[in-house]
Design a protein around this ligand. Sequence first.
Ligand code: GLA
Ligand code: ZN
Length: 681
Amino acid sequence: MKRRPLFPQVGALLHGGDYNPEQWLDRPDILEEDIRLMKQAGVNTATLGVFSWSVYEPREGEYHFEWMHRIIDNLYENGIYTVLATPSGARPAWLDEAYPEALRTNLKRVRNLHGQRHNHCITSPAYRKLVRRMDEKLAEEFGSHPGVILWHISNEFGGECACELCKEKFREYLREKYHNNIEELNQEWWTTFWSHRFLDFSQIEPPAAHGEKSIHGLNLDWKRFTTANTRDFMEAEMAVFREKTPHIPITTNFMHLYMALDYNQMAKPLDIISWDSYPRYGDPDRSLYDCSVENAFDHVTMRSFKKDRPFMMMESVPSLVNWHDYNKPKRPGVHRVTALQAIACGSDTVQYFQWRKGRGSYEQYHGAVLDHLGRSDTRVFRDVEEVGRLLASLKEVQGSVVQAKAAILFDWDNRWAIDDAAAFSNKTKKYEQTCIDLFRLFVKNGVEVDLISSEEPFDGYDFLAAPMLYLLKPGVAHRLKAFTERGGQLLATYITGYVNENTLCYLGGFPGDGLTELFGLYTEEIDTLYPKEKNGADFGEEGSLQGVYVLKDYCELVKLQGARPLAVYTGDFYAGTPAVTVNDYGKGKAYYVAARMEAAGMEALLKVMWKNAGIEVKALPEGVEYHRRTGDGAAYDFFINYTNEEQVIETEAGTDLLTGEAKEGKTTLAPLGVMVCRVQV
Ligand code: GLA
Ligand code: ZN
């Protein structure tokens, strides 16, 4: 794989984060101290202007950019590059006063008052015009500055608006989707049910708790519309920079698995993916490793949006946040492993929210590199300095990427549809957790895996897992068949292929759209288990899979049409019927796990499938995460020890980039230790 460094002009992994100097313009001493300490901490980037509108344009049409010029110049002269945001994430009071249509209307149809942030109507032409004018100014003022390396559009897009403008735009969206044919919509939304037929698109309202919320097709189309409209707003912002500063790449920062926007759609027009990582480290109910595996799931979701280049961890925190239920500082050594985890998973940056704590308002206690204390001899500052040093020694990793031969389908439409389905048990649907639990087995076995939408190409993979793929988008069933036919190993589970893209159930047997043929079975019923109920999958005593594994939550009753049973249920009225099956299809195999099986059973099955797919597993001690990044003939093997004990790992012959030592064979990782070994490939 060819390397694609994100910022060749910087020539290093980025280290830095959100910096809000506009809060300190009356304290030149502090601004000077910031530069000195950034250099001391090995910071080479600052994210500026995220919430600067009211300082840039204190009154409509009165612009002040001089202060930002001074800051960017000063940073640049000191070797610190700027990620420059557009300030559309929060609006000044004058704007809402003059253009109330910019205020968001919630689903109860109540218009918000001025305040907070991220509460705009993104349809509002007035708001779009003001944002455009601001973005044009930013491009003109700063677009040719050599220190500006990236545009950061707005901040953490999210939310929905049900104002008259948005409603009308939604109806337009539906008119286009359903070919201006209300009968087509009635059919796809199954509106004859409960007498909900529409005569005209003008009768359609966005879903609301006090209105229509029972039409799954409507609920889903509303979510799709909200994504499309948000993307449209983002692209309108991007268009200014594409035209005026085509040499500067563009990102926006995502919020981990944020449910309300389909990030797969949002990711498409962006040059670089970036996201904000705030795991709940320190929760006594979960080990650091468990918490980190979930964070790895998020990292991998992000890196999978653009597999040919690194992503950015745009925000994280060196100590604590202020909005978890319990805000606990990272323990000694934790910052190191979490920073290196981001790099291991394919990020070329470790960035923070925020550089310095503000004195007042909502985020005054949010962790930062610099505390109100103002000293650099603190534990947190030293942790950041250490990460700065580690990143400097990993400079050559830039631009390399993680490559996977396996993928798990993780799909926003599917999330929405499962979440909205009035079926199964609302307490145990757990689609995301099911995907994470499966992913964890890959991490445990050192197998790289992408997390992709069902719309992404399947070529290049030898293994695909499609857990709980309830909703099938057009063409997906066909592509799953083609994948298996050419030799792929495919894994599906209970609750596969129940509905089409508009949530209409398939007739003639689930999994629908022709998948009964692929899996060689159809499902007849699904049993939802109460939490204290269990069943078992008995694999027998012969063959590569043996023993009995616990099943919980869901058991589908399937009838075979060509598939071979690998395991049968041990209990209930369906004891002895198939629980896990395999069907030979073309050169490949399609496995079906009809029930929610405990991790040990899934792992045993995965090992068989990985072997069939020619995917090697890596022996890792418990609590150690491994990833490999490659680029231009070199590979970088990352080992991260999340435990408080020493762990012994095995490396290929290479050089430990953090110490410069030659390594081969067994090596001991210190408690919370990390190793990055460069090996030839
Ligand atoms: C988000 C935002 C930041 C800040 C942090 C606090 O990620 O983008 O502006 O509010 O959360 O954790
Ligand atoms: Zn609106």
